[in-house]
Design a binder for this molecule. Sequence first.
Ligand SMILES: CC(C)(COP(=O)(O)OP(=O)(O)OC[C@H]1O[C@@H](n2cnc3c(N)ncnc32)[C@H](O)[C@@H]1OP(=O)(O)O)[C@@H](O)C(=O)NCCC(=O)NCCS
Length: 189
Amino acid sequence: MIHYSGTPTLETDRLVLRKLEGSDAQTVFDHWLSDDRVMDNLIKGAHKSVEETIKRVTEIVDQYETEEFCYWGIELKSSGDLIGAIDLFHFDPMTENCEVGYTIGYDWWNKGYGTEALSAVIEFGFRTMNIHKISAAHNTDNPASGKIMSKVGMQKEGTIKHMIRNAKNQYKDCAVYGLLQVDYFNDVK
Ligand SMILES: CC(C)(COP(=O)(O)OP(=O)(O)OC[C@H]1O[C@@H](n2cnc3c(N)ncnc32)[C@H](O)[C@@H]1OP(=O)(O)O)[C@@H](O)C(=O)NCCC(=O)NCCS
């Protein structure tokens, strides 16, 4: 059974993973949601106005009322900067599987933060929530995302042609990765 546990604060060496707050909206917009360099790698694309981000952050904050909602802002311990977000979603009660998604602001790429956040959320998903399998998919023209999946032990299962069509009306081939709880525990023991 999945042990839904809401969005508790998680800590790593350099990061605090915490709930977003309404007052984060401008930073979320400035640090990643308005940035094509970041958002072109995701389905929905960049926000054009902070009003869109306020609406999105409000939707997120409202969902913290339910224990079945796992969405963290990623904050740097050293500066207090909010640099990205990560979530677990699509919980399937039949399989007890879910998916993970993440975004780091461009200024903080390639410093290991994505890997550190993903590792903490995978640990939480398996150890606290008892998820059976965690999956993710990345556009094949976004190899950095596949790199962090590999670095936390997720295995590539295949490539799906034209799996998504993004906000710029482009079809993208996606590489699909997954990690079973049983394999995770065998590896970390
Ligand atoms: C994917 C993303 C979260 C990675 O975050 P990050 O903090 O930069 O990740 P890390 O620094 O932990 O690791 C990045 C790795 O990718 C590698 N990398 C970067 N660009 C690469 C490229 N073009 N080809 C191959 N590897 C690349 C880095 O070298 C690093 O690996 P290393 O530590 O072995 O050197 C970030 O780039 C991002 O937010 N991108 C836009 C949104 C997105 O793609 N979200 C995921 C959608 S599936």
